[in-house]
Structures are given as C-alpha cells and as structure tokens.
Design a protein. Structure first.
Length: 429
C-alpha cells in the first residue's frame, strides 16, 4: 500500500465536502439519452461518472452524451443515439447495480468513463481492480459478439477546479495507478480497448464545463470506438448537422400510473406543492435532504427535493427506501455506518448520509409506491425525529401524488389549478 493511502479518511471527507459545495453548479436534469436520426442509427451506451456527468451544463444534449451523439451524426446520414447510465455519486463498486436491467444487447458500442471519485476517495487498488473487472465482464456478457468496449483512463484530477489543490495532487497520483490497472484489464480482452481521455479544454467563462469541452472529449471517445459495429455510422456525409434532442422520460410501464407525470413535472421544476412540503420538512427536522422517492422498476426516482444534490434516479437495491417499500413500514436509521443492513452499501458510503428516516407512500389503490424520506450527513438521535410529525408530512405528499394520478396525459385541470402542465410524451424506449 502506498504511504499516501493512510490519508483515505481525510480524502473521503474532502470528496464529500466538494460534492456538497458543488450543489449550485449547473448539471443536467433532463433524461440521460440523446438521439439523432431514425431507428437505424447506431446506439452507444455511455457508462460512468466524472466527465459523463455534465457539470456546468443543464442538459445532456450539451454534455458528453450530446457531444458524442452530435459528433457521430456529423459523420453519417443516419444519426446516433447515446444513452448515459451513471451519476456523479456512482463509484466503481456501484457500477454493475447502476446498470440494473439495462438491455445491453441493443448497443453497438459501449464507452466506460469512470473513476474520478474513486481516485479522490483513494479507493483501494485491489477493490478497484475487482470491481472494474466485474463491470467489464458484465458488459461483455450482455453485449452482442463483436461489440467493442472502450475503457477510459481518468482525466488529470487537478484539471477539475474543485480538486486543484495539494489534496488534488494526492488524488492525481492515485488516479494514475487506477488508470494503469484499467489499461492492464483492457489488455486481457480482444474486444476491450483502453484510451486516454485527457485533460478538458477549459472555457474560461464556464470553468466547470461547457458544450465545447464535451464535444472535444467526444472526439476521444469516438476514436476509441472505431473498429466495432459503431464504425458503420462513421461512413457518410460529414457535412450533416442534425438537431439534437433528448429522448423522452423512460419510466416503468408497469409501475404506478402517476409516475411519468411526476417525473415530467420534476424535470420542468413544476412539482411546486411537493417542493413546498419537502422544504418545510427540511426546516422542521433540520436535515440536508427531504425528498419523495418513487419506485420505478429496479430504480428509485427522486422528485420534489427542490435542489441539485439528489440524482434523478439510483438503483433501488442501493437505497434505504427499498426497505421502506418492501416492508411498507416506517424506517429510522440513526447512524447508517453502524447498521449492518446498510454499512457495506457503496452508494451510502459515497454520499455520507448517516441519518435516514422514511415513511411509505401509497397510491389511491393502496399500493406502496415510494417513501417520504429525510437524509442528513450527521447521525441523529431517534428521539429527535417525531415519527408522527413525519407521517403528517408524508400524508400531505401522498395526497398530492394521488392527485397526480388524475393528470395522466396532462389535463387542462392541472393548468387551471396552478400546478402547471407539461405536454405528455412517449415513455422512453
């Protein structure tokens, strides 16, 4: 073990602090898919965090997924579709669960850009190698024969403004070791290629991220993907400049019928009543996050938290909320790191949310559809959380969710009652 790894506890706190500071930096809240062209367009799966996440821009159309789709489409006449799976808080240990039920057989190529938070948090090299190998083998087993997987090295850590510091230098040293391990894993397989992503091209006016930066990075990804099935889209009219568009919100078609409506309103920032309820709950209970979590197939979809700290979706199996939904009973976890049910959870370890409290939410038919939950980075005494009081907040949120069931399709009543209306779209692919 390198001597600097003794600083791991400090570096984990450093990462958590920088993540909390970054809550005001723009980042995409749109569906993580960008499509150009028709059904014959090539499909690329982008898996990762860091550069994939889209810091500095408000839409995935302007982030790496959009840059990649646009650069592919400019080289052919059919276009491309790029689906992004991941989040800033997805580390290598959570990558396979994050993919969940993703149908890998539908993709022509896969690009993996992961490791920034593992570098900053000084993830142990043996664990990195084990989990990265598991991810690569999972992707290889699910994709069609001949599909190439491009595995990126970690960008220079100090090229990220938040990490441009002496502690960032420690993380950069570790990143080089992790990247070296990734290169060695890629060399084991004929269908996996390692490539250097390189430092970003910084726009002085948008130092956290810009469309130009993501387009430049997209060129590196495309160069690494050449040689597989995606190469068929690299032959065509280089002058084409098609319009990019985000793919419609994709929700579980067998889930609660108000889910798509809630997701649309969340994207448009028009879940005003639920946002008022969660804001009151944050103040009442003195917590960092209060949110409504909704079951969406094998994922949890967060809505109504009114901020940027929460991802759009996370794997259901990596959440406290899964326990609430399964048991349909309230759950209070004073200190997650001392609870055997959750202390080995990679996502909870990454977010440093020690305290959790959740109340089940029911549909109008009585089905448990999610939870009203509180999260906080510091542990709390159970007596400090009045469950009866929390139930009253959950009941208010539940009533609003049940009202959304009547708005499926976007009724005129929604516009008249002041809650806002968003045009209905097809539910994904």
């Amino acid at each position: 073990m390198a001597r600097y790894e003794a600083l791991r506890p400090l570096m984990k706190l450093f990462y958590a602090y920088q993540l909390s500071k970054g809550s005001d930096v723009p980042r995409p809240r749109t569906p993580p898919s960008v499509a150009i062209g028709d059904e014959s367009a090539a499909r690329v799966l982008l898996v990762g965090n860091g550069p994939c996440h889209g810091w500095g821009v408000a839409s995935h159309t302007l982030a790496l997924a959009g840059g990649l789709a646009g650069e592919l489409a400019r080289r052919n006449s059919r276009g491309a579709r790029v689906d992004y799976v991941g989040d800033e808080i997805m580390n290598i240990a959570a990558a396979v669960p994050w993919l969940g039920a993703t149908d890998l057989s539908t993709y022509d190529s896969v690009a993996v850009v992961v490791g920034m938070n593992d570098a900053v948090r000084l993830t142990r090299l043996p664990r990195w190698e084990r989990d990265l190998l598991a991810l690569v083998e999972h992707l290889r087993s699910g994709t069609r024969p001949g599909v190439r997987i491009a595995l990126a090295g970690i960008q220079p850590v100090r090229s990220v403004p938040a990490y441009d510091s002496p502690l960032g230098s420690i993380a950069e040293t570790h990143a080089r070791r992790l990247s070296g391990s990734a290169r060695a894993i890629a060399e084991r397989f004929d269908d996996v290629d390692f490539f250097e992503l390189g430092a970003p091209v910084i726009d002085a006016a948008r130092r956290y991220g810009s469309p130009l930066m993501y387009r430049r990075w997209a060129g590196s990804v495309i160069a690494a993907l050449e040689g597989g099935p995606v190469s068929r889209v690299l032959e065509g009219d280089p002058e084409i400049d098609p319009a990019l568009h985000s793919v419609a919100i994709d929700v579980d078609p067998n889930g609660w019928r108000g889910l798509l409506r809630a997701a649309e309103l969340e994207e448009a920032r028009r879940l005003t009543e639920i946002e008022r309820i969660t804001a009151e709950a944050r103040e009442r209970f003195g917590v960092r996050i209060a949110s409504v979590s909704l079951a969406d197939g094998d994922r949890i979809r967060y809505v109504g938290h009114g901020g940027r700290e929460m991802p759009l979706t996370v794997p259901l199996e990596l959440t406290h909320c899964a326990t609430v939904i399964d048991a349909s009973e309230p759950l209070v976890v004073p200190k997650t790191s001392r609870d055997d049910r959750f202390n080995a959870n990679p996502l909870i370890d990454l977010t440093h949310m020690e305290f959790y409290a959740g109340i089940p939410l029911l549909s109008s038919s009585g089905e448990t559809i999610g939870s009203f939950c509180l999260m906080h980075p510091l542990s709390k005494n159970p007596s400090a959380t009045d469950v009866a009081d929390l139930r009253s907040f959950a009941a208010r949120a539940q009533a609003e969710l049940q009202r959304l069931e009547t708005e499926v399709g976007g009724s005129d009543d929604a516009a008249e009652d002041g809650s806002g209306s968003v045009p209905q779209r097809a539910a994904g692919h």
